[in-house]
Each structure stands twice: as C-alpha cells, then as structure tokens.
Design a protein around this ligand. Structure first.
Ligand code: 5GP
Length: 213
C-alpha cells in the first residue's frame, strides 16, 4: 500500500500508550499491512520474556554492550524505563528515511518526545488510550508476562500517563480494535501524503511552470 515510484522522504511514527492498552497488536498489524513501514527494534538490557525473540522483539544486550553503544552514539535516543535501559538504534532508521521508507516506534513517552525534539519534521506522535483501567488490568493479567507487583506498578502509573495525551499529534481510543486500527492506518496514510515529505513535487511543479510559460 502507498508504494509507488514517487520520490518521498519517510517518517518516524511514535506510538505511546500505558502497558496493557493493546499497542503491540496495533503496531504489528500496521507494519504487516505496509511494506514501506518497519518496526524499530530497540536494544534493551532487560531479559527476554517467554515467547520473545532476539532481533524480532528486541536486541537483548548486557549492560556493558549497551554502554558501548551509548558511547558510540549509536542510539537516536535511549532511556531508563522500569529499571532497565532501552535504546533505538540510529543507523537503520536514518537509512530508511532516505529510502522513502518509514519507521514505527513502540516506545515510551520520554523516547517519543526526544525523537520529536531531535527531528520535528520527520516525527509523528500518536497516543493510545485504554477504554478503562479495568480493561488494562484484564489485559495485563491475560498476557501473564508480569508479576502481580509489576502489574500493580503499571496500573498506578497509568493514572499519570494518560494525562500525557495532550503532547501528541494524534490520540486514539482503543475501545474497539478494528476501529482503532483503521484510525491508525488513516493517520499513517495522511502523514505519508504531507507535502513536505513528497520530494517529487518540486519536479512536477517546475514542469507545470515551464509548460504554463
Ligand atoms: P517492555 O519492557 O514492556 O517491553 O517495555 C517497557 C517500556 O519501554 C515500554 O513503554 C516500551 O515502549 C519502552 N521502550 C521500548 N523500547 C524503547 C526504546 O528504544 N526507547 C525508549 N525510550 N523506550 C522504549
């Protein structure tokens, strides 16, 4: 979809939500449906959860390797979240932008704001709200990846996190997956069409001016 020969610059789309909102299902589907959109695979110092794979979900690295990557300026941004470090490797993201392809970030609030400050013209930010805290709690328990204590911590953080929506370009309420997904896809399609990303326009306009004179 949206893949044609026109010369474009890609974009960086940051999707932020408290955990248990269904963000991962939304991002996976958006990437699966768009061959010009890739998920940024972060490096993290946390251990893999059951079912997670190296290189698909994260690059799982030890703290020394993470430090070396910070020293090499290999991250577009990095942050400490829930006592572990996470970073977005810079090189594949910049290469994709130049190729006219886009990167989707499943990232936290701090990371999204840092990337937007660093590259405001390339960044698009989306916040996903849960329909209720009870539904978030149900999802966190259903995925059975976290301890009771972690779940309690995540739910109590959600109260302050949802107030962050005001800092985002777009907000989606995930009370119905299909509708939330359709809204996310519309945002992506419209942002791809933003005039500043469509580098082919200059050539067309020059030709139109030539023809008209
Ligand atoms: P989890 O451990 O549940 O996979 O992720 C914990 C939090 O870290 C989530 O909010 C996730 O979006 C965030 N996160 C994952 N990768 C990155 C990254 O590269 N940078 C930042 N700043 N946050 C990240």
């Amino acid at each position: 979809m949206l893949n044609d020969e026109r010369h474009r610059r890609g974009l960086m789309m940051m999707i932020v939500a408290p955990s248990g909102v269904g963000k991962t299902s939304l991002t996976r589907r958006l990437v699966a449906d768009h061959s010009d959109l890739h998920l940024s695979v972060s490096a993290t110092t946390r251990a893999p959860r059951p079912g997670e794979h190296e290189g698909r979900d994260y690059h799982f690295v030890d703290p020394q390797t993470f430090e070396a990557m910070v020293a090499d300026d290999a991250f577009l941004e990095w942050a400490e979240v829930y006592e572990h470090r996470y970073g977005s490797p810079k090189e594949p993201i910049m290469a994709a932008l130049e190729r006219g392809e886009s990167t989707l970030f499943d990232i936290d609030y701090q990371g999204a704001m840092k990337i937007r400050a660093h590259a405001p013209r390339d960044a698009v930010t989306v916040y996903v709200l849960p329909p209720s805290i009870a539904e978030m709690s149900r999802r966190l328990h259903a995925r059975s990846q976290d301890s009771e204590e972690t779940i309690r911590m995540r739910l109590s953080r959600a109260k302050s996190e949802v107030a962050q929506w005001e800092d985002f370009d777009y907000v989606i309420l995930n009370d119905d997956f299909d509708r939330a997904y359709a809204e996310l896809a519309h945002i992506y399609h419209a942002e791809r069409l933003r005039s500043s990303r469509n580098l082919w326009v200059n050539g067309v306009v020059e030709r139109l001016i030539d023809e008209a004179s």
